[in-house]
Design a protein around this ligand. Sequence first.
Ligand code: ZN
Ligand code: ZN
Length: 173
Amino acid sequence: MKTKPTISIASDSVQTNMALAEVKLRAARVRVTQARLEVLSLLCAQHRAMSHTEMQDAMPQMDRVTLYRALDCLTEAGLAHKIASDDRVFRFSSGSESAQTTDEKQAGGHAQHHHGHFKCTRCAKVFCLEQPDSNHSLRDQLQETLASTALKGFQSHDIEVTIKGWCNQCSLA
Ligand SMILES: [Zn+2]
Ligand SMILES: [Zn+2]
């Protein structure tokens, strides 16, 4: 049985998110297309990550390939990020996953996850855990831990942190 998520967005916020999406695309110097606008504004409107299926359901008029291409472009531009999960479903969320600087990008450096995620084990929704204090992120703490353990000479390329539990909706149910 497959239950389809219902996504309701108030019509006035659609306008706001569309405008916000356009500003973001322009700031990232990405060509503004209708598909990119729609996908980015949908992600901006959600306070959680969305899978391809959920996005497809929210935008039934958009064809699959167009959606995938728009997502690739947004991810490349750092306007969205892809989140891997143990259920093998990729989810996307607005915003960049890393605080990689332009210099690092030009040097071909590895992008590192700069925030953790929360996954609800009941409804499978994934949320980004943005850390307001980015000077000492979870990533930094884990890197310090790695450096201070017996594992000398180990170098981390990517740190993924997922907290599993029940979201605020599910913990009430
Ligand atoms: Zn939940
Ligand atoms: Zn995230």
